[in-house]
Design a protein around this ligand. Structure first.
Ligand SMILES: [Zn+2]
Length: 729
């Protein structure tokens, strides 16, 4: 189901020049009479569905425009057509502004009534509202915790000096410290606590979405898993002490709020406090419990009237994730879980479980967004705390929907708030605002949670890997983090503004070591191939494994055991889904197993000091056809990957190709051509000397290929070149 973006544009061309100006003034008027005769008589100018004029609503202009047939419209005002912008609220209306035979008009109807325009197609139907689905909850007496099968190591991983993760972490920490002033970070907390004229400044997004303190705590706390830094530790402790001073007399910690989307700030504060607690700060867990106490009080007040409107709309369902973090921390309570349930929208879970595409692009209860996973992590945690399969089924459904219909081959997610993204539209142009960094960071975290529940399913690690190499490393640039992951044109300039992508990006950069390995009761999983070592405890002994590699620049990987005496355990080695062949694995020089792509090989044996495991990843170029909406007419576009690494075609952008307007703005893409057979990339790619993964294209001076993460600010590029044999080069 792909939106035909041409529906609106030919209609608009026939309007008067006066109206054209108000639509942007950029479309030429069709002046000749014959064109006017063929012109559609009914044009949808604007359609809005929700609590009008100023309550929660969806812009459904494109949806209504698509329902026009032969200049006739008959549309029911209901959630089935447009999703539910205000669950539990009976006052929704549909308002349609239109032009009919050149005359402007407007109609508004109540929910379950119909708007008919032009020749009537079908009779109006009357029906009452469907009974709302009951709230999701469960009885604590029935709860059965679901343990994770493996754990990401929260310590014991040392990154290699010559890998990619270490410099990324160092660069990110430097960015954080350059801008972390204690008074600025706790200003909003002091204001909420009633401190008169506290010092400090609010900057950037901090005014709307206070999360600077959370960002600092997330990075500082997680950094201490791998390295100690006295200055950073002192500053982390200072933030915790300053927050302690903001508690109320009854021991609760009020958090800054007031933008209507508080779930974002509340969830991030919980993440920051968990990170500080894991780093050994003695007061952080108490503060988390104090925060949860205060937030539960707010939930009770807010839900006294109608629970659905307050907690399940907008992005407030994110806060359920914060409550579940508090629940699993020391001092967590069953009340945290019961309050978290109140953030779960029952109809939404039903759509997700049913793998209904509307669950993503017309989600009930809020605006469709690339950042669902902020809240989904909490929903998975409710499952872990209670064994409630309804939540697990919904989350697995959500994973399939996102993965199947809103993701580019390189891993970026092609959806965002504030516009409409039907399934498989996969927009790539910068104006479409796809590929938001924070959303992919949470996608990685969400996949890590699924991996810890289902470690034999290799797909979850494959998703994390894409995010790290094609988003995380790609967007840590200059002195900050890019907000969008542009797939053509120029990379987006990063700013220091405490945006969602900076704050949440902090989570990925500070936790990179925990994705490389996973620890199970019976052994170890090797997930990624970053040079590193891990030390972990098994049966009162410390085991150590060291991984040597230059991944992804080179495919060879070697693992070496350091054990004081022989130990029996299972070493599980991932053969990635992108491997282009089976992968032989050798122990001490002798082949012992062959890994199938998309699985883990289990090496179950007694390991001695110095034992070596070696394999060569079957990495090759994969060229995949682009099926999204931003096509170059008459040509086929492709995405090129090497292993998990997204490649960019760097060079002049060539001919500008107009695309239908996006979000009311002019849009265009570029024709960048590789004049070869897309099925045989090895025949036309020539590695540049001394530059691993930089490749010239046979017979062409431009473009050349390099990993997307290496593209620099001054370079123009596309990740979706046209590839076709022959023709003009
Ligand atoms: Zn963001």
């Amino acid at each position: 189901m792909t939106l035909n973006r041409n529906i609106l544009v030919p209609s608009i061309k026939t309007l008067t020049c006066g109206l054209l100006l108000c639509l942007g003034g950029s479309i030429t008027c069709a002046a000749d009479a014959s064109a006017a005769d063929k012109a559609p008589k009914l044009v949808i100018v604007k359609a809005v569905w929700g609590i009008l004029p100023s309550g929660p609503s969806f812009d459904v202009t494109k949806d209504v425009a698509r329902m026009v047939e032969n200049d006739s419209l008959s549309v029911d005002a209901d959630n089935d057509n447009f999703g539910d912008p205000a669950p539990g609220n009976a006052g929704k209306k549909l308002k349609v502004d239109y032009m009919l035979h050149g005359v402007a008009g407007s109609k508004t109807v109540n929910e379950f009534d119909m708007i008919s325009l032009g020749p009537v197609k079908k009779p109006a139907r009357k029906r009452g509202p469907a009974a709302p689905a009951p709230m999701l909850t469960s009885d604590p007496k029935t709860w059965q915790r679901v343990p994770n099968a493996v754990a990401g190591p929260v310590g014991g991983v040392t990154l290699g000096e010559h890998g990619l993760f270490r410099p990324a972490m160092d660069k990110h920490t430097a960015y954080l410290l350059a801008d972390a002033n204690l008074d600025d970070m706790v200003l909003r907390f002091r204001q909420v606590a009633g401190v008169k004229n506290p010092p400090g400044q609010q900057r950037g997004w901090e005014k709307m979405f206070p999360a600077h303190a959370a960002q600092f705590l997330i990075v500082a706390g997680n950094t201490f898993r791998g390295t100690e830094n006295a200055d950073l530790r002192r500053r982390m402790d200072d933030v915790i002490n300053a927050l302690k001073a903001c508690r109320t007399s009854d021991g609760a910690l009020p958090a800054p709020y007031g933008n209507g989307e508080e779930g974002y700030s509340f969830m991030l504060l919980a993440h920051g406090l968990v990170a500080a607690a894991n780093a050994g700060n003695p007061g952080a867990n108490d503060l988390l419990a104090a925060w949860a106490k205060w937030y539960r009080q707010r939930v009770e007040q807010a839900t006294a009237g109608n629970p659905r409107v307050i907690l399940q709309t907008g992005q407030n369902y994110f806060a359920g994730t914060g409550l579940m973090l508090a629940h699993f921390a020391s001092g967590g309570t069953p009340e945290d879980v019961l309050a978290a349930y109140k953030h779960v929208h029952p109809e939404w879970m039903g759509l997700l479980s049913a793998r209904d595409l509307k669950a993503i692009w017309k989600m009930p209860g809020g605006h469709p967004h690339s950042a669902y996973c902020y809240g989904w992590m909490g929903f998975l945690d409710i499952y872990r705390a209670t064994g409630d399969r309804r939540l697990l089924d919904a989350m697995l459904g959500g994973w399939e929907l996102y993965r199947g219909h809103w993701q580019h081959p390189g891993g970026t997610l092609a959806i965002c708030e504030s516009d409409t993204y039907p399934p498989d539209t996969l927009h790539i142009t910068p104006i479409a605002h796809t590929g938001e960094t924070c959303s992919m960071v949470w996608w990685a975290k969400f996949n890590h949670k699924l991996h810890q529940l289902f470690p034999a399913d290799e797909r979850y690690v494959a998703e994390i890997e894409k995010v790290i190499y094609n988003v995380g490393l790609a967007n840590l640039r200059g002195k900050s983090i890019s907000y969008h992951t542009h797939l053509e044109g120029r990379k987006e300039s990063p700013a220091i503004d405490h945006t969602c992508c900076e704050v949440v990006g902090a989570y990925l950069y500070s936790t990179l070591p925990e994705y490389i390995y996973s620890i199970a009761d019976d052994g170890l999983y090797v997930n990624l191939y970053e040079p590193s070592s891990i030390a972990w405890r098994k049966a009162d002994r410390t085991l150590r494994l060291t991984m040597s590699s230059q991944f992804p620049l080179r495919p060879e990987v070697a693992l070496r055991f350091s054990v004081e005496e022989p130990v029996s355990m299972k070493l599980r080695v991932r053969t990635p889904v992108w491997a282009t062949a089976e992968m032989p694995i050798a122990v001490n020089g002798k082949q012992v197993a062959v890994g199938k792509p998309g699985s883990y090989v289990v090496l179950d044996r007694t390991w001695s000091n110095g034992d070596r495991v070696e394999f060569t990843l079957p990495m090759d170029f994969r060229v995949t056809l682009y099926r999204g909406a931003d096509q170059v007419p008459g040509h086929k576009r492709y995405c090129i990957l090497y292993g998990p690494v997204l490649m960019a075609a760097v060079g002049p952008l060539g001919k500008e190709v107009p695309l239908p307007d996006f979000g009311g703005k002019k849009n265009h893409t570029y024709l960048v051509r590789i004049a070869h057979d897309p099925a045989r990339p090895r025949e036309w790619l020539n590695p540049k000397a001394d530059q691993p993964l930089s490749l010239d294209i046979k017979g062409q001076t431009t473009p050349y290929l390099k990993p997307y993460w290496q593209v620099e600010a001054k370079e123009s590029f596309t990740c979706l070149p046209v590839i076709e044999p022959g023709g003009q080069k």
